[in-house]
Write a protein of this length. Sequence first.
Length: 272
Amino acid sequence: MAQSNNSIKKILTVAFALCIVCSVIVSTAAVALRPMQQLNQELDRKTNILSVANLYEEGMDVEAEFEKITARVVDLRTGEYTDEFDPDTYNSFEAARDPASSRTLSGDRDIAGLSRQENFSTVYLVGEDPDDPEQIILPIRGQGLWGLMRGYISLEGDGNTFVGITYYEHSETPGLGAEVNNPRWQAQWEGKEVFADDQAVAPAISLVKGGASESTEVDALSGATLTSRGVTNMLKFWLSPEGFGEYLARFRGEVSPDEAQDADVELESEGA
């Protein structure tokens, strides 16, 4: 006797078959679209880098313009370049997850709330001579109010003066913390300085309430105290010797903190 079309067995069989067919279609589409997704992600990365350097224009050929930028991988521990990694494929965010290529952060050394930090990071240099760049673009990240914020800053070739800042990933509150991507707020950063004086090691840049009055101050985000604090902390981290401080020292025309310490030790030895 034929089963009714309304039988439980037939309903379950049809439902199962439908699930299998849909799974195959979704999986096939995901695999087929993956190269396109990767290209779009790469295009978005390059667009953000050009934007923070004030080089992006609507409708421009992003790939052609990005060829004018030199990518290099830097050892954050020494501030020196390395050829160990290909800057076009090296992923510092993934490297930070691997204990073999990163270090643990805790307490006062983790003001950005990262837990782990990669040993190497990619920097981007604008100008014909990478050894004397017009701009230095650095990746930054740190905790905001609701989660991790990731972005870029651009400094002039002196390693001290801001050109711009942008965030390409965050989960901050719309109208409050999300104002980090408001062009009017971002415009304040141009010309601001990282360090209070040429010999300073600790960055002085910070977001302040009530109106910025110093060259190292930017107006805090209105109604977003914790996001503003997160931006300050991540900048102080990444621009200090814990982050790119050793690397930026070469552009500031000064002896790096490590070199200064070595020199002191040598002088003490000679004195003895």
